[in-house]
Design a protein around this ligand. Structure first.
Ligand code: ADP
Ligand code: MG
Length: 319
């Protein structure tokens, strides 16, 4: 495979974003904007972040872009562009690489995102690095430092599904709602619509769930200098999540990660409006706790009437 025929094969035939002035084909891309620009990059390495044992190349592309779009959503941004840097080993053939791009394109099309550039080099293992770019109205980005005492802690969707899907793929046994869990693992849907529909709410802390809420809740607590309390029984899970062992359920909903749902906080005043908008958009949103002022930022978890500290790694110990 030569680099030029590869770039030719993955180059878009048309662009959707009117702000784009120059896409693929020059030394760099050019676009014009009057909004605040939000940008993020994520790197994925074969057999560390993804594996052909549990995913097809199409899923790999879809999922790596989903992770980036989820970061944009967590900033309150509307996705617009992405660039892809590929380090490619010889054993990867052009067709499989095109499948990765087809996966990315499938998700990008849902948000009218354009592929506007990238880089191609050879290496010993497959590495994909995506830079995503989005817009947010001036000074309206959502920060994890925006949580305030008395806020409600909420999460979208259900947690632990992606990790359950991975387990099903690794075990290869029969499980209830197998296809649902596998889909949540391979083809996650970042919560862009939810975030855009809620732009009217002036303050909200947001973080996307890529590592698990133990980690993300601690990031919000630290950035905002507050104490978050999470009530374990209130963490939303899918109906058939109960087929897994108690230990697995506990571990996966707190630290499974890669659900690409959102964890956030919002004032009690705006909570009813948030539920209303979410229900109109068909996104489920649940209160899972509350925010208190703190001497020392931390996350507490209540389960079975006991309160423990929830650390980043998900490990809980008695206070
Ligand atoms: P340069 O040598 O000027 O950096 P390249 O020859 O590497 O340019 O790339 C030519 C064009 O193709 C550029 O617009 C670049 O952004 C794009 N491109 C290169 N590799 C990729 C890739 N893996 N995915 C998407 N676009 C790419
Ligand atoms: Mg050049």
């Amino acid at each position: 495979m030569d680099e030029f025929s590869f770039i030719d094969a993955i180059k878009p035939t048309a662009y959707k974003q009117s702000a784009l002035i120059k896409g693929i084909g020059d030394d760099a891309a050019v676009f014009r904007s009057t909004s605040d620009i939000v940008t993020t990059v994520d790197t994925f390495v074969e057999n560390i972040h993804f594996s052909l044992e549990t995913m097809d190349p199409f899923h790999i592309g879809y999922r790596v872009l989903a992770a980036n779009i989820s970061d944009l959503a967590a900033m309150g941004a509307e996705p617009a562009f992405y660039l892809v840097s590929m380090c490619i080993p010889k054993k990867w053939k052009q067709h499989a690489l095109e499948e990765i791009y087809r996966g990315m394109d499938e998700l990008a099309s849902k948000y009218r995102m354009d592929l506007i550039g990238g880089d191609t080099v050879s290496s010993d293992c497959l590495m994909i690095s995506i830079t995503a770019i989005g817009y947010v109205p001036k000074e309206r980005a959502r920060y994890r430092s925006d949580a305030k005492p008395d806020d409600i802690v909420f999460t979208t969707g259900t947690l632990g599904d992606s990790r359950a899907g991975l387990e099903i793929l690794l075990q290869g046994k029969e499980y209830k709602d197998k296809d649902y869990f596998i889909k949540r693992h391979r083809l996650p849907e970042p919560r862009v619509g939810f975030v855009l529909d809620l732009r009217e709410i002036d303050r909200m802390a947001l973080n996307d769930i890529s590592d698990g809420i133990s980690n993300e809740a601690n990031e919000i607590a630290e950035a905002s200098g507050v104490e978050l309390t999470i009530i374990e029984e209130k963490i939303p899970v899918s109906d058939s999540f109960h087929q897994f062992s108690e230990a697995q359920q506990h571990e996966w909903k707190l630290s499974g990660g890669e659900d690409f749902e959102l964890l956030g906080t919002v004032s009690e005043v705006h909570w009813p409006r948030m539920q209303e908008v979410a229900s109109l958009a068909g996104t489920s949103v649940h209160q899972i706790g509350y925010v208190r002022k703190a001497e020392k930022p931390c996350v507490l978890i209540q389960s079975d009437g006991e309160t423990k500290q929830l650390t980043k790694s998900g490990y809980t110990h008695l206070k």
